[in-house]
Design a binder for this molecule. Structure first.
Ligand code: ATP
Length: 421
């Protein structure tokens, strides 16, 4: 079964508002096994809207229109749907009275314009709006499809969808079991990852595989749809196992948890704590770690040592350049010591756009990890992209270095592209 979503309203054609309703609706439709094949944003233009609806109804089983159900002249969705389906509208006094009662409750005066909201497309079921004034409508088409009109404001739309549209649509579509697997991976580029795992997932159209990449963080989503849950589970397991075998320890999460939560979990399991000493990431690493609820159990705090004299305050004399293995190691050791933490992570690098040298071009970052009173190490990375991306990559790589140190018995698959480039 196919669907189209039409967002109505000229405001969404300007530079300040975007159509977020269709993202929610797409997610909901996909879960029901209904595939969204087209989306449109149409301004308050009756002819264009009518034509768009006519085309959509002709080629898709489900057409959802959000917005344009208000009381004013430029709220045209009802008129356009009636025109596209070649049917009329009937004024329903009881709907107007219901809206009038709502206005009275809010101490507002209703205007004659609101009568437009009581017009019902012939053959439509009215969908009550429990969070606003504009009622929705549900219309079956002669071809066995359905057209839905839902309000534009997201809190009204989502409520009406969940309580009225979703159950009606679920009764129309064949039962579908969906099973998903969600891996998160660090230490690789998207293209490198795809090259590695494509042979495992490409032969399958079910499950579908989606790879989403951010700086230093890649998500792999597998989604199988079958008539039974067992079949769907077997399919995601089959492909998931193949991907797992290829990526091994590079997969840091199998349930969608972000890296900082995984690191926090490992520290908690070991009843250990971490501190940070940050130069080029100045605060990003600490902020990430404390994004995780309960981080006070394992995060001690840290030091922002952006300027070299502050680095010296923490470690005494610099034994090498500010961006170097020696400095990264010394910062990590000193942070663990000074903060009384079991572990510390440090970053020192050149985020750019200026400051690069031949020895340390822009994008070079040394990351150190130290265990208090134990081993310390640092690795050199060369990250691509602008300042923001370099700092994001460095934050992820620092968390990942600690994760690999903390993972018991992990056979560490070193990241191939990030280091020593
Ligand atoms: P109401 O009469 O209750 O306002 P309506 O159906 O007429 O409902 P619109 O006037 O079209 O809704 O939109 C009201 C507001 O809802 C918009 O200004 C916008 O903030 C938000 N909105 C509308 N459509 C969307 C959309 N597709 N995605 C996100 N927000 C939307």
């Amino acid at each position: 079964m196919n669907a189209e979503i039409i967002a109505v309203g000229s405001e969404m054609l300007g530079p300040t508002r975007i159509d977020t309703n269709s993202l929610f609706l797409t997610d909901q439709l996909t879960t029901l096994g209904v595939e969204v094949v087209a989306k449109a944003v149409i301004g308050d233009d009756l002819a264009l809207l009518t034509e768009t609806i006519r085309t959509a109804v002709h080629r898709s089983d489900v057409v959802i229109l959000s917005g344009g159900l208000g009381p004013t002249e430029d709220d045209l969705t009802r008129e356009a749907v009636a025109a596209a389906l070649g049917v009329g509208q009937t004024y329903r006094a009881e709907i107007f009275e219901g809206i009038a009662a709502l206005f009275a409750k809010m101490g507002r005066k209703i205007s004659d314009n609101n009568k437009r909201q009581a017009n019902v497309i012939d053959g439509a079921e009215v969908l009550a709006n429990e969070r606003g004034t504009a009622p929705g409508q549900w219309i079956r088409t002669p071809r066995g499809g359905v057209v839905m009109l839902v309000p534009g404001p997201p809190r009204e739309m989502t409520h009406m969808w969940t309580n009225q549209c979703q159950p009606r649509l679920a009764a129309m579509v064949p039962p579908l079991a969906i099973r998903t697997v969600w891996f998160r991976v660090s230490g690789m580029s998207e293209s490198e990852l795809d090259q590695l795992i494509a042979p495992a997932y490409k032969p399958y159209t079910n499950p579908t595989t989606t790879v989403l990449a951010k700086a230093g963080d890649i998500e792999i989503h597998l989604r199988a749809r079958c008539t039974t849950a067992e079949q769907a589970q077997a399919l995601v397991d089959e492909v998931g196992e193949k991907i797992l075998a290829l990526l091994g320890e590079r997969i840091y999460s199998r349930n969608g948890d972000p890296l900082e939560t995984v690191v926090g979990g490992l520290l908690k399991e070991r009843s250990e704590t971490v501190a940070v000493a940050e130069s080029c990431t100045s605060g990003l690493l600490g902020a990430k770690l404390t994004d995780t609820p309960g981080s006070s159990a394992w995060f001690r705090g840290g030091y922002l040592v952006y300027a070299n004299d502050l680095k010296r305050d923490l470690i005494g004399e610099l034994n090498g350049p500010a961006v170097s293995e020696e400095t990264a190691v010394s910062l990590a050791r000193a942070a663990a010591e000074r903060a009384g933490a079991d572990w510390a992570i440090s970053t020192t690098g050149v985020a750019g756009p200026d400051g690069g040298t031949e020895a340390s071009p822009v994008g070079t970052v040394w990351i150190g990890v130290a265990r208090q009173g134990g081993a310390a190490e640092a690795r050199r990375f060369r990250f691509p992209g602008d300042r923001t991306r370099v700092r994001m990559f460095a934050t992820q790589a620092a968390l990942d270095m600690l994760r690999r140190r903390l993972s018991p018995g992990a056979k560490v698959a070193e990241s191939t592209w990030l280091s020593n480039a």
